[in-house]
Design a protein around this ligand. Structure first.
Ligand code: G6P
Ligand code: ZN
Length: 543
């Protein structure tokens, strides 16, 4: 074995964002780019000597080559063992599970989640710590600091082993253990939901369309839904992971999963529709003629979680990201458990889960998860929905309607303005922040502002404070508009505007959120001057 120490210089812009480092694939493929960053990660986490690291990704273009390089760097830095998904594949929640189950030091997860893949697409790298969750800011800050002072990286000259054959091989002084990416995940799911009950549901003729979007959940969903749960072949579509996701964005929203949405609103709709994203952590659930908003999904799952065997001991608390609707708050209040409002980004849930303060967490960005891992988990959410449908013997539409009757409905929508210039995005947010104090008492599009602030979060477990997490405007009628810039893009800026209003009256629940929210949408535009500043007349994506 020969360790090569390569002189290098810091590369600008290797700053981890909401979910690790995300860049264009071509940027990651520049000579030394990945090598520098991986070495910086190693320094930032305090070294890997004698440690075990899980490595896997969503199979997007460059996944396998990147893993080869990463393994050579880990070995050169003295890691004892790397646990790698076969062919380099591990869904993000499955990686989290392996880190926890095997009690490893951490893991390197390769993905740009729901962003497109391929040579012209996006790539990403995220470090997860020993609890299985994304590294908290203290660590990502240390990684970023390392990227700025790095002057060499260490890499093994030896070629990395093939990732195809299960079992152990050696790479220098490090053991490379190739594992079945699906097996441990299946074992975990079996402890949470009742496979027999769901199997009976399918036996009774229940129909599902699961769209894996040519991404990582294909093999997991095939094995569990069609294999173990006995759903007919063809239930899981687009099940083969492709390096470019078939040229699509693997994002389960109405734009990128348009075919699934169309089907679910047609006369041929199955009982349930579902999809996950590139790396398997997001989910969307649809019933016949209804798409369950992620915010509602969190609330319904929390209210029904006692049906699932994994949660019989009850719910400790619920956490949601700030822009997620307040539907979950109403469930928490009724169940008399704590509700935590955190900044956007799954990493903020980690401490609450570790401290046993919450059982379930969710985000408006199609993410739901629980204390079973430390990532959101797309397939888990879909299996939990199936288990609840099986337990209650009702359709998804009926379960949601009943939920709204009990708790009221939080009408919700998110409007995204994609690819605006970074300068105009920053300016818009800066001006909003500058105007915060002047907003209360003023009216916009007929709605009076009750309060406005820039969201800051104090983590109740360690007291750390995170500021500037988005501007919240609360109106006198309790409607809300939230503004923030996306932290996951790789080009320009994306403005996200989150809009919601509460309706307790069941006779008014069956309306289109865009209609119900028309005044909140107009008020948000008037407050932030979105059309004027972006030159856009309509959002690019509405979820
Ligand atoms: C990723 C994170 C989520 C987060 C989302 C927000 O998917 O894992 O936790 O909610 O990004 O993305 P944004 O583009 O709004 O920053
Ligand atoms: Zn994802």
């Amino acid at each position: 074995m020969t360790v090569e120490t390569v002189s290098t210089a810091p590369i600008e812009g290797q700053k981890p964002g909401t979910s690790g480092l995300r860049k264009k694939t071509a940027v990651f493929m520049q000579p030394g780019y990945l090598e520098n960053y991986v070495q910086a990660v190693i320094e930032g986490v305090g070294g890997v000597k004698g440690r075990t690291i899980v490595v896997g990704g969503d199979g997007r273009y460059f996944n396998d080559k990147a893993i080869g390089i990463i393994l050579r760097i880990l070995a050169a830095n003295g890691a004892e063992r790397a646990i790698v998904g076969q062919n380099g594949m591990l869904s993000t929640p499955a990686a989290s599970n392996i880190i926890r189950k095997r009690k490893t030091f951490g893991g390197i997860v390769l993905s740009a989640s729901h962003n497109p893949g391929g040579e012209d697409g996006d790539f990403g790298l995220k470090f997860n710590i020993s609890n299985g969750g994304p590294a908290p800011e203290a660590i990502t800050d240390a990684i970023f600091a390392s990227t700025k002072s790095l002057n060499e990286y260490r890499i093994l000259k030896d070629a990395a082993p093939s990732l195809a054959a299960l079992g152990e091989t050696r790479l220098g002084g490090m053991i490379v253990e190739i594992i079945d990416p699906v097996a441990d995940y299946v074992i975990l799911m079996e402890t949470i939901v009742d496979f027999d009950r769901i199997r009976k549901l399918f036996e009774s003729g229940f129909t599902l369309r699961f769209d894996a979007m040519h991404a990582i959940t294909g093999p997991y969903a095939k094995a569990i839904i069609e294999g173990i749960l006995g759903a007919p072949a063809g239930t899981v579509v687009n099940a083969t992971p492709l390096p470019d996701f078939g040229g699509h964005h693997p994002d389960p929203n109405p734009v990128h999963a348009a075919e699934l949405f169309r089907l679910m609103f047609s006369s041929d709709a199955p009982d349930m529709g579902a999809a996950s994203d590139g790396d398997g952590d997001r989910n969307i659930v649809l019933g016949r003629g209804i798409s369950v908003s992620p915010s509602d999904s969190l609330a319904v799952l929390a209210a029904n979680i006692h049906h699932a065997k994994g949660y019989r001991s009850g719910l400790k608390g619920i956490a949601r990201s700030m822009p997620t609707s307040r539907a979950a708050d109403r469930v928490a209040e009724k169940l008399k458990v704590d509700l935590f409002e955190t900044p956007t980004g799954w990493k903020f849930f980690g401490n609450l889960l570790d401290a046993g303060r919450v059982t379930i967490c969710g985000e408006e960005s199609a993410g739901t998860g629980s204390d079973h891992v430390r990532e959101k988990d797309g397939l888990w959410a879909i299996l939990l929905w199936l288990d609840i449908v099986a337990a209650r013997g009702q359709s998804i539409a009926d379960i949601v309607a009943e939920h709204w009757r009990t708790y009221g409905r939080d009408f919700y929508t998110r409007h995204d303005y994609e690819g605006i210039s970074t300068a105009s995005g920053d300016q818009l947010m800066a001006d909003l922040r500058g105007a915060l104090e002047t907003l209360p008492g003023r009216s916009f599009a007929g709605l009076k502002v009750a309060s406005a602030d820039d969201f800051a979060y104090e983590d109740p477990t360690d007291g750390s404070v995170t500021r500037h997490q988005g501007v919240r405007v609360l109106f006198a009628n309790d409607a809300r508009a939230v503004f923030r810039l996306s932290g996951t893009g790789t080009e320009g800026a994306t403005l996200r505007v989150y809009l919601e209003t509460f309706e307790p009256d069941p006779s008014r629940h069956d309306q289109d959120p865009q209609d119900v929210l028309a005044d909140v949408i107009a008020a948000a535009d008037a407050i932030a001057g979105i059309r004027e500043r972006t030159g856009r007349t309509a959002p690019d994506v509405i979820t």
